[in-house]
Ligand binder design. Structure first.
Ligand code: ADP
Ligand code: MG
Length: 324
């Protein structure tokens, strides 16, 4: 199969077509229309075998993760996703793999009302790069730099599941409760980008980031960017019942929640005056959020507390995923 047939068969006939796509896959470049008065948000993430997914990962899990991590970045900026570009490096043409992969792309683009508008296909080591673009009104952009002392620190969903799921897959963590294990593995392989939470936080949050490298590391990005510190209540961290019941030892569960990556939850700060409206908006969408601490004026410092007592174990602040 040549490159052009591959593109035509797997990536050129989307089920879902957006009106703002003037020219999609097939020409030398895509032509799209940004709504008047809105900013265009653009993000790119590459997934590599052995770094972002395991060799045995299925094609649909790879497609899911590649799209989810990019939509998560857009959500963290308060942007509503619109279009994606897909750059694929494949060691060979494996039709079964491509079928599974492209079906997942179609399923997710339809679900999120976004469109695949172009890409590139080359032969090489398996790698998937997605560029996602979306819109955000100028006054609604969320960044890492706006946190203020006194803001409440919130996180969506639960923390630590994906890292525990990865450890299960790698046999570093063995659980007797098989359904809990399945849940954690699914949270690793099929993370949920918090797209709706991101747009809900527009004009409400002062700062926002998605938790991809672990709570401690991503919180540090907000603290450094905003020149503030944080009080973090470890006993308040949202831990799923699957993780909590599988790992009775508090320290280990907390380590997953504090340093585990790949959860793709949103971590954000919010002024007291917006707290109630944020909580009721999130509740109306059934989006769980938890207050885990508060922003302080002590630049760069995370004060860990357990049941209101100062707490420390290993140097949590320095942990989390780093490529180099
Ligand atoms: P060119 O040589 O002009 O870059 P390509 O042969 O790379 O053109 O691509 C032809 C068309 O197919 C372009 O519109 C490109 O965006 C699209 N395309 C290529 N690979 C992919 C892919 N993996 N997914 C979606 N669209 C793709
Ligand atoms: Mg090309």
């Amino acid at each position: 199969m040549d490159e052009f047939t591959l593109i035509r068969d797997y990536f050129s006939t989307p089920d879902f077509v957006r009106k703002d796509v003037i020219i999609g896959v097939g020409d030398d470049a895509a032509i799209t229309q940004v709504p008047q008065g809105q900013y265009l948000a653009t993000t790119t993430d590459t997934l590599l075998e052995g770094v972002h997914f395991l060799r045995q990962a299925s094609a649909d899990a790879i497609a899911h993760k590649a799209i989810a991590v990019n939509l998560s970045d857009l959500a963290a900026m308060g942007a509503e996703p619109a279009w994606i570009n897909l750059s694929l490096s494949l060691p060979e043409v494996d039709n079964q793999w491509l079928e599974l992969f492209s079906q997942k792309v179609q399923e997710l683009t339809k679900y999120f009302s976004i469109q695949l508008i172009g890409g590139d296909t080359v032969k090489g080591k398996l790698a998937v790069t997605i560029t996602a673009q979306g819109f955000v009104p100028p006054e609604s952009v969320l960044t890492r730099v706006g946190a203020k002392p006194g803001d409440w620190l919130f996180v969506t969903g639960t923390l630590g599941d994906a890292a525990a799921g990865l450890d299960c897959l790698q046999n570093k963590l063995k659980l007797t409760d098989k359904s809990a294990q399945e849940y954690l593995v699914a949270r690793h392989s099929f993370p949920t980008p918090r797209v709706l939470a991101g747009t809900t936080l527009r004009r409400l949050a002062n700062a926002c980031i998605d938790v991809s490298d672990g709570l401690m590391q991503d919180l540090q990005h907000i603290l450094k960017g905003s020149n503030v510190g944080a009080l973090l209540h470890l006993d308040k961290l949202p831990i799923s019942k699957e993780l909590g019941s599988s790992i009775p030892e508090l320290q280990q569960a907390l380590t997953y929640a504090c340093t585990g990556g790949d959860d793709y939850e949103l971590l954000f700060t919010i002024a007291e005056e917006h707290r109630v409206s944020m909580e009721s908006a999130m509740a109306s969408y059934n989006l769980p959020v938890t207050c885990i601490g508060q922003i302080t004026g002590v630049s760069g410092k995370i004060d860990l507390r357990l049941n209101d007592q100062p707490f420390s174990f290993v140097s949590l602040e320095d942990r989390g995923y780093q490529h180099f």
